[in-house]
Each structure stands twice: as structure tokens, then as C-alpha cells.
Design a protein around this ligand. Structure first.
Ligand code: F1P
Length: 342
């Protein structure tokens, strides 16, 4: 077994995992639509730990953007330990996300939520035989996201895709839901077209710090990609909202910095200007966007549906850096695939 073999395979098989997940979500479509959060709940809270917390952040932003309903994200430990600062008075739909379905904090947060009768629980996970998959009023299990490596890549994007599908269906946007079916092809193209580019950047010993910029629903994804860089390659890496980068973090820019922008089209010129500032300060940048950028989706999709396409390039850069440093991305230092508390 070569170091990183599992992670590499998991990164490159994401399009097939997405297609399988979409087929399953399509089968569950009537059930998902029947949840009707806008008329039955006052808010949606998304929760998870680590990667699945970052996923929750992006899912909450996107669901609020598409449905107009109040959506927030909390780490499961915060819901469990600080319910008063998390829940509001109204009825809550809790969406709990976990690759393993057995992270203690997520299970405890869900148990406490159900005990207190705060609302209904929808779970999203990858293993049908694990405890989380049996806890909800609604349980969506996506086996195509299962992984053998510790750091989440395929699980993250597959579970994330499910939250995008939920947003489309809960917003009543059948057209958007149908458009998701082109993502596996778009993802394959990104993996193929940018494999060499990502490998070169990841293996470049000239960088010693990475910053990931993303706003709106892209902030949670910037957090996740930054975490990938830390976990897999033990490199200094931080995420920021685009415009926040000028409010302090830019003092850290050096010629050995790589700033990777998960850029929108809607606020593209303001966000491009931040990347230009980085260049003026002597740092290097990678602009990832639908079009007119270093890395281009050219998907033709509406902006909210493009987000998942930011993931493959970032994952490949982190993977390449890990390998080039002689590490094993399948087994990040000091990490277990599941955090179980006694
Ligand atoms: C959450 C998680 C992982 C992370 C690490 C520890 O797991 O934080 O994201 O990579 O392995 O656990 P899960 O609840 O999504 O299974």
C-alpha cells in the first residue's frame, strides 16, 4: 500500500460518488420535499464536527440563500454543551451531518435535541448501520461517500452535494435540482484538467503558508480546504472571508505565501481586487471561479450550484503537498477517523 493511495482514489472517484448520491436523492425526492421546512419550521440548524461542521457552515449559508429561511451552523459540541446560545424559541429542523455516523459529540447533540423536543431531526451520513442513521425522523444514508482514509474528501463533497440538493428541493427549484445532474461530468473535467496544475503547486517547496478565501456559502468550503492542507500536509493554513483579508491577515503575506481565492461571479470584481492586493504585496495567488480565472469551471451552472466544483483542486493541492513532504495523507498525524468520547 503506497502512502496516500486511499486518499488519491477517494479524490478521483468523487464524480461517481456524486452520481450515485444524486440517484438516491432523486428516489427520496418526495420524502425530502414533504419536510417543507419553510412552512413547518422557524429555523434550520446544520451541525457536525471538523469537516462536517465546515460542511454545515456552507450548507446553512446556501440553504438560507435559496429558501429564505433562517439557517445557522454550529459544531455539534456547542449544541450539546451550550443549547441556550444555539437554539432560538421557535421550532427547529436539525440537520446532523457525519461521515461515520458515530462521532460522540454529534450523537450527544442529537440525543439532547430530541429529549428536549426542540423539533425534528434529519440525519445525513454514509453508513446505514451506525447509530446516527437510525436517530432521525428522516435519515439519508449515502454509502458512495464512505472512505478508508482519515481526512474527508469524497465523503465531504458527497454529503455536501446532498445539502445542496435539499436546498434546491426546499426552495421548490425543480430546475436547479435537475441541473445538479451535470456536476459529475463537471467534476471529472476539473479533476482531469487541473491534476497537473494542482500537483505542481502542492509540490512547490517555495511556499510555507496557505490562505483560502471564500465568502457566502464558499466560506465553509475555504475552511474545509484549509483544514485539508493542515491535516494532510502539516502546513500553516488559514481561511478567511474575502474582504476580511485586508483587515489584518494581509500583514502575513510574504513571497512564500499562496492565497487561493474561491471567487464568486456576483462579487467577482471586489474579490479579484483582494487577490490583486496580495500580488502587489509579493504573494502568489490562484483564482478559482466559473470563468476568467486561473482555474475555471465553465459549467454554465447558476452560481449557488457551482460551489462543489471548488473542492477537487484544493484537495489535490493538499494531497500533493503531503506526498512531497514525505507524509502519508491517508493517516494524518495525531488524527483518528472518528472521535469517540468515553
Ligand atoms: C468528523 C471528524 C472528521 C475528521 C477527523 C475526526 O467525523 O472531525 O471530519 O477528519 O477524522 O472526525 P464525522 O462525524 O463526519 O464522521
Amino acid at each position: 500500500m503506497e502512502p496516500g493511495e486511499y486518499t488519491n482514489q477517494e479524490i478521483h472517484s468523487q464524480p461517481e460518488a456524486w452520481a450515485a448520491a444524486l440517484a438516491l436523492l432523486n428516489e427520496m425526492r418526495t420524502t425530502i420535499e414533504g419536510i417543507q421546512p419553510a412552512s413547518r419550521f422557524d429555523q434550520i440548524i446544520f451541525t457536525g464536527c471538523g469537516s462536517t461542521y465546515y460542511l454545515s457552515m456552507s450548507a446553512a449559508a446556501l440553504n438560507q440563500e435559496l429558501t429564505g429561511l433562517a439557517c445557522r451552523a454550529f459544531p455539534a459540541s456547542e449544541l450539546w454543551h451550550y443549547p441556550l446560545s444555539s437554539y432560538t424559541k421557535g421550532k427547529t429542523l436539525l440537520v446532523a451531518v457525519s461521515r461515520s455516523g458515530e462521532t460522540t459529540e454529534t450523537l450527544r447533540a442529537c440525543e439532547a435535541f430530541l429529549d428536549k423536543g426542540i423539533g425534528e431531526l434529519l440525519t445525513l451520513s454514509c453508513y446505514g448501520d451506525k447509530p446516527l442513521a437510525k436517530m432521525g425522523t428522516f435519515n439519508i444514508v449515502l454509502p458512495s461517500g464512505q472512505e478508508r482514509s482519515v481526512a474527508q474528501t469524497r465523503a465531504f463533497s458527497t454529503l455536501y452535494l446532498a445539502t445542496v440538493a435539499l436546498a434546491c428541493l426546499w426552495a421548490g427549484s425543480n430546475g436547479s435540482f435537475s441541473q445538479l445532474s451535470q456536476l459529475p461530468d463537471d467534476g471529472s473535467r476539473m479533476l482531469k484538467n487541473y491534476a497537473g496544475f494542482s500537483a505542481d503547486l502542492g509540490a512547490d517547496p517555495g511556499f510555507d503558508r496557505f490562505y483560502w478565501l471564500g465568502s457566502g456559502a464558499r466560506y465553509g468550503l475555504a475552511c474545509e480546504l484549509s483544514l485539508k492542507m493542515k491535516e494532510m500536509s502539516l502546513t500553516h493554513s488559514e481561511p478567511f472571508h474575502f474582504m476580511e483579508f485586508r483587515h489584518g491577515p494581509k500583514s502575513m503575506v510574504t513571497p512564500t505565501s499562496l492565497v487561493i481565492g474561491l471567487r464568486s461571479t456576483s462579487n467577482g470584481s471586489q474579490e479579484s481586487a483582494v487577490l490583486r492586493d496580495v500580488k502587489d504585496l509579493g504573494g502568489r495567488t490562484v483564482d478559482i471561479a466559473e470563468t476568467g480565472s486561473d482555474v475555471r469551471f465553465e459549467s454554465g451552472l447558476e452560481e449557488a450550484l457551482q460551489n462543489i466544483l471548488f473542492l477537487p483542486v484544493g484537495q489535490m493541492i493538499a494531497y500533493a503537498r503531503s506526498i512531497s513532504k514525505g507524509l502519508n495523507p491517508d493517516h494524518p498525524t495525531n488524527l483518528d477517523s472518528v472521535v469517540r468520547l468515553s
